[in-house]
Design a protein around this ligand. Structure first.
Ligand code: TPP
Ligand code: SF4
Ligand code: MG
Length: 299
């Protein structure tokens, strides 16, 4: 089977190409927003891997968090609400020599985009998806999101949320993701390692980041998480054990695990799609070489 990964390029001789750094656009997030930690973590991860900026595409949907691609010097695509993942998939299939990173919020990825999220994991498309999970709709000024906790009084739920929150890590486990992690924007170095290892991983890597909205979520704050998070790697967790990963995914309360829940090697969509074995589609000849022959088969 041809190796279609090609995400972290081999070391080359010659002058070093510029790697991803900050763009000239400064973030407009509220002071103290958790998303500052996430963009710093993604930048740190890409620097660590040394991938030249022209080989990286950062994609997003719509939301405060989805502004992230503007703030990095890579290529970027600011898409539409809930569509970060299918755009990222399309870019990968068009040119699977690129490193593609999907980004966005809990509303974007687990609400309107939930179907895309599930099916990309099931396909094991070789991309990295980083969600900034603040358990609220930030951009639209504070409505309940799919991960808002029960009882949370928001603009759209003045009497408190009455629905059970979606668990992104458990959903990823159930959907067949091959790299599943949770980070915290209050621990940027740890997050950067999770993202870098996710990019290195051959297959769909998902990093859900606890990234507080300091303006509209007064419950799930930095202090809330600082008092609760603990690292899986310091607690004897074996990320190759799916049952153990399920047990850890169910932990949400006084203790909240961060780190790598689960990782497994499995052929990617790109590995199994034969047409990509001839190289990235952008380098292949477009169109049908002999249309008359194809027509003859049908008439
Ligand atoms: C099709 C569509 N529906 C609704 C909206 C309005 N809208 C924009 S962002 C958003 C939710 C943002 O929440 P989230 O994805 O969690 O991002 P955050 O702002 O919290 O980072 C909504 C509902 C839209 N732009 N497009
Ligand atoms: S509204 Fe919330 S999510 Fe949006 S920039 Fe401000 S703190 Fe961040
Ligand atoms: Mg949100």
């Amino acid at each position: 089977m041809a190796d279609t990964s090609a995400r972290v390029p081999p070391a080359t001789t010659g002058p070093a190409l510029p790697v991803v750094g900050k763009s000239e656009i400064r973030p407009t997030w509220c002071p103290g927003c958790g998303d500052y930690g996430v963009v710093a973590g993604v930048e740190m991860a890409l620097k660590k891997l040394g991938i030249p900026s022209h080989q990286v595409v950062v994609v997003s949907g719509i939301g405060c968090s989805s502004n992230l691609p503007h703030f990095l010097s890579s290529y970027g695509f600011h898409g539409i609400h809930g569509r970060a993942v299918p755009i990222a998939e399309g870019i990968r299939w068009g040119n699977h020599s690129l490193t593609v990173i999907g980004t966005g919020g809990d509303g974007d990825g687990f609400g309107i985009g939930a179907g895309h999220f599930v099916h990309a994991m099931r396909r094991n498309v070789d991309l990295t998806y980083v969600t900034m999970d603040n358990q609220i709709y930030g951009l639209t000024t504070g409505q309940a999101s799919p991960t808002s906790q029960m009882g949370h009084k928001t603009k759209s739920t003045p009497d408190g949320v009455i629905e059970v929150p979606l668990d992104p890590v458990a959903l990823a486990l159930a959907s067949g993701a091959t790299y599943i992690a949770r980070g915290f924007s209050g621990d940027v170095k740890h997050l950067a390692d999770l993202v870098a290892n996710g990019i290195r991983h051959h297959g769909f890597s998902f990093v859900d980041v606890l990234s507080p909205c300091v303006t509209y979520n007064k419950i799930n704050t930095f202090d809330f998480f600082r008092q609760r998070v603990y690292k899986l790697e310091n607690s004897g967790h074996d990320p190759s054990d799916k049952v153990a990963a399920w047990q850890r995914a169910l932990e949400w309360g006084e203790k909240i695990p961060i780190g790598l829940f689960y990782r497994v090697e499995h052929p990617t969509y790109e590995d199994l799609e034969e047409i990509l074995h001839a190289g990235p589609l952008v380098h292949q000849r477009a169109g049908i070489p002999d249309p008359a022959k194809v027509l003859d088969e049908f008439v």
